[in-house]
Design a protein around this ligand. Sequence first.
Ligand code: GCV
Length: 552
Amino acid sequence: MLYGAFALIRSLVCGDKELCTKQSPSKPLRMLDHWDNADGSIERGYSGNSFFFKDGRLLVNERSVTYARLLASVGINAAAINNVNVKGPATKLITDEYYAPLSELSEILDGYGIKLFLSLNYAAPMELGGLDSADPLDERVAAWWEERMRETFAALPGLGGFVVKADSEGRPGPFTYGRTHADGANMLARAVRPYGGRIIWRCFVYNCQQDWRDLKTDRARACCDNFEPLDGLFDDNVILQIKNGPVDFQVREPVSPLFGRLKKTNCMAEFQIAQEYTGQQRHVCYLIDFFKQVLDTRMYTGEEKDTVGDIVCGMTAVSNTGDDFNWTGHDLAGANLYGFGRLAWDTSLSAEQIAREWICMYYGRDAELSDTVCDILMRSWPVYEKYNAPLGIGWMCTPGYHYGPDPDGYEYSRWGTYHKATHETIGLDRTPSGTGMTEQYNEPLKSIYAHPEKCPDELKLFFHKLPYDFRLQSGKTVIQHIYDTHFEGAEEAAEFVELWKKLEGKMDGGRYERVLSRLIEQSISAAEWRDVINSYFWRKTMIPDEKGRELY
Ligand code: GCV
């Protein structure tokens, strides 16, 4: 009834001729993960502060209801409301300090078919329970969790379960005790099983203390190295949450090879609509086509249905919402929130169909307006990619903050994100002659990625160390591709401003001005990216641009 009502509204608003439709969701679990902290800040939040938390308190108010309706209107049916980096007061969300407001929130969400999830602190038995260990095989630890879960689910019967970030970026986990992630996840899964709870266990586990001089360790391998050997060892109420790519939400990455390697384990895909690396909601970057490409990628598991979309039981996205009155900071970032939900509901929809729907719902049915906004949205991810780091290499952004260019910012850091540019070559050799990461894919992906000629251009520098005069499938050399795409990307970003100006008078309530000001900022930032990246490579290589454009 709920989804039918929203589908009817959508059809009426969009002027569909056929109002009668029969639909069922592509994926049972369609989730949002909020990285909201108890103090009200949001990790990687670009649209104000949290509307769930303020100064350590949980907020339940009119916005909670609007939020639930907003999510339900696009088919989302689960939400984890606190940051996966669970620290300080957030550890206490599973205590009676928070049960009353959580129960209120859970009921509101439940009314819209949404299950409340919380992120857990793996070290809670020590931090809350006073134990000297969080060892999953220690009976005292398991008993502590059982008791805590008994109490928590008694207070919050609608709770769906927990998301866990363990042994990742300084968060505690089973590795401290020489245990596996299956040991850790299963201990929690058994504690929540009597209440129908689920444990969503993140696979974002890698060594973030890498020495940049160490040429053997490859962060991109870590997800598969850590989790593939555990296939089949997880309880059936555990779901492994795998980031779409093997590293970390860059504008372009190959699909995580782990999707093709788990035969006996539930898994879901984690995307990021919070635009951490894709312009922080100050740039327009409609990501749905990228997500669609991920879902449509065949993993060659030997099963008849073998795309990522076939393999996963659900999808989640790191949310791009905050307490800004338009929810997402940039009005056009609303298309990512809407689009993620719609895609999770129906993975067969195209990014353009979804964009058109969103435009209709948000701006109305004016044809010129629809065509222009759709054109901007559909070009926005390729444009962002053009002026960002080239050919899948990623990470040429400002360390920590992740906005704006800094080509060597991460090069000598501990984060395992290196491009290794010299005056002759750039890129990492991830083939068997290098780190061997390509071996984590099934054939034929394994051979395609390992072969410098066959590897798709957009991933060339993700998988290969290549000379700047290497010829891409496009016929261009690597260096000329870098120059050309950066000039093009900045030009197109500037063109977005002109396109938008044609829409003046076609929308009200500040919607025109808000987007215009962000597009102007984007065009300035894109020019900065162009000049910094192009100058970096010009200075490294001293190879001139064939077209003689200005380099610095
Ligand atoms: C929540 C990246 C982000 C972190 C984030 C982490 C994760 O490293 O920069 O802010 O932490 O991913 O996904 O856990």
